[in-house]
Write a protein that binds this ligand. Structure first.
Ligand SMILES: Cc1cc2nc3c(=O)[nH]c(=O)nc-3n(C[C@H](O)[C@H](O)[C@H](O)COP(=O)(O)OP(=O)(O)OC[C@H]3O[C@@H](n4cnc5c(N)ncnc54)[C@H](O)[C@@H]3O)c2cc1C
Length: 475
């Protein structure tokens, strides 16, 4: 083991030449990259340590022959203000544009193929009228169901999101108590909720569900406009993030797994990686909850075992390359079928001929370990049912990506298990989509957690909060 190194360049100086504070950020997912950028922007000398050979954590790309594949389709909403600032900060906003106006085609496979198309879209009217026309004409619900959805939406708007009791209740129970039929849950609440929460309503905390629907659909007319990357995720979260980190003066070490974090003798923290130890004034653990549990020194949290009680939920992506175009829209959601959301990945993947579709299957507990052959038998006929053009098309490639621990499980009661950024150990902080951001496990939650951890560290270091990621309430 070498002598303990200080993050950055000359000991005791930051890139501005002033005597400076130092920080080590462990984990190069969106939470860690955000923390590192925010700290470096505020003049702290930062080292970012990531165990894998790339940045981006759970949102990454890989090569399959000439195809660049995302491990899972990722979307964000206009209300994801922190993630949007992150995209701005890494100079990537133009590569992941938002729809001008929310517009989700919803195909019902139970009707005649291709005929039962509904749309969830908004008008240029104030909340909640912006969704009124879309709801009034949504063909997948009866007139009475649509009226009851409207009433439930207003009841949801009236909930007090600061009431911790909401987190203890499940969303399905609340929906039933507010007159929502099984069909309304399937065709509307779960259609949106499963994709955003990674859980069906009966497995979801009312608090988190209410937060998602309130923020997305009932805060600002444009809040639910959907954005997604038009290039591989790795281009944003790895290449451009790395470029921004480099120009901010962050020392980034990939393939560098942290094995322990402990208090250093002269104060501050000592971080051990194979072959090196680093000393720093502040350490941020931006790793998943189980890894955080393993790395936390004794006494840092009152009940660290609670981190292990936070469950996880899987997401499966099914990838199909056809020899021709079978879908003319960028994406759609499906009903009456195991297919959930389908995205056209052709351009982003670099495919030059034919069409590449990715099926994003959330809360995929039943399917995550199914063999590829079984999934192929299940999904290809379903796509033919939904997309008439797929019937005569040749499947050139079929594969799946499985993320068994894609998100934390947003189960009732999870809120009290999620710790904030500060620990009881001065100078040691937590970040990650699973920490107490108030959001479900999303890119937005990851970025928000990174901002909170950086803010807590900067406050303790006595440094101004001089970075671009400022929460909207303070902006
Ligand atoms: C298939 C899929 C689809 C998704 N879809 C969406 C979506 O549409 N919209 C959305 O907003 N969110 C989506 N998400 C969720 C989103 O990707 C995550 O919430 C977010 O990326 C989590 O970021 P993070 O930084 O908190 O954690 P992570 O991405 O898990 O990053 C943690 C990092 O820490 C590293 N690490 C762990 N231990 C160590 C160690 N000891 N030393 C060094 N490094 C270590 C890991 O390698 C990892 O890179 C999806 C996730 C998946 C998997």
């Amino acid at each position: 083991m070498t002598e303990a190194a200080r993050p950055g360049g000359t000991p005791g100086e930051n890139r501005t030449g002033r005597p400076g504070s130092t920080a080590v950020v462990v984990g190069g997912g969106l939470a860690g990259v955000t923390t590192a950028l925010a700290l470096a922007d505020a003049g702290v000398r930062v080292t970012l340590l990531e165990g894998r050979p790339r940045l981006g954590g759970l949102a990454f790309s890989f090569q399959r022959g000439t195809l660049t594949v995302d491990n899972g389709q990722h979307v964000y909403l206009r209300c994801c203000t922190a993630y949007r600032r992150f995209l701005d900060r890494i100079d990537a906003a133009a590569l992941a544009p938002l729809q001008n106006r929310l517009d989700v085609p919803v195909l019902d496979a139970a009707g005649r193929p291709g005929r039962r198309l509904g749309r969830l879209r908004r008008d240029a009217l104030p909340v909640p009228l912006h969704l009124g026309r879309s709801l009034a004409t949504y063909p997948h619900l009866s007139l009475a169901e649509r009226a009851r959805v409207g009433r439930a939406a207003l009841a949801l708007k009236a909930l007090d999101l600061d009431d911790p009791a909401l987190d203890e209740r499940d969303f399905a129970g609340w929906l039933a108590a507010h007159g929502q039929s099984a069909r309304a849950v399937e065709a509307l609440w779960d259609l949106v909720g499963v994709a955003t929460l990674n859980a069906v309503a009966r497995d979801a905390s009312l608090g988190l569900a209410a937060m998602v629907f309130r923020t997305g659909l009932l805060s600002d007319p444009g809040a639910a406009d959907i954005g997604w990357s038009h290039v591989p995720l790795g281009e944003l979260h790895d290449r451009l993030a790395r470029k921004a980190l480099d120009s901010a003066g962050v020392r980034t070490e990939l393939r560098t797994r942290v094995t322990s974090v402990r208090a250093a003798e002269g104060g501050g923290w000592r971080v051990e990686v194979p072959g090196e130890s680093l000393d720093a004034d502040a350490v941020v653990l931006a790793v998943p909850q189980r890894e955080a549990y393993d790395l936390l020194p004794p006494g840092a949290l009152d009940r660290p075992e609670r981190l292990l009680e936070i469950g996880t939920a899987p997401i499966l992506n099914v990838h199909v390359v056809y020899d021709r175009q079978v879908l003319s829209r960028p994406f759609f959601a499906a009903l009456g079928s195991p297919v959930q959301w389908v995205f056209d990945r052709t351009e982003a993947s670099g495919l030059s001929e034919g069409q590449y579709l990715a099926l994003s299957q959330s809360a995929a507990h039943q399917e995550i370990d199914e063999p590829v052959a079984v999934l192929r038998e299940r999904y290809l006929p379903e796509l033919e049912r939904l997309l008439p053009g797929a019937r005569g098309a040749r499947v050139k490639d079929f594969f799946v990506t499985r993320e068994r621990t894609a998100t934390f499980a947003p189960t009732p009661g999870v809120g009290r298990l999620r710790p904030g950024a500060r620990t009881k150990a001065p100078g040691l902080y937590l970040a990650g989509a699973w920490t107490a951001t108030g959001w479900p496990a999303t890119m937005e939650s990851a970025v928000r957690s990174g901002v909170s951890a950086a803010d807590a560290a900067l406050a303790a270091l006595g440094r101004p909060r001089d970075h671009l990621f400022v929460h909207e309430e303070a902006a």
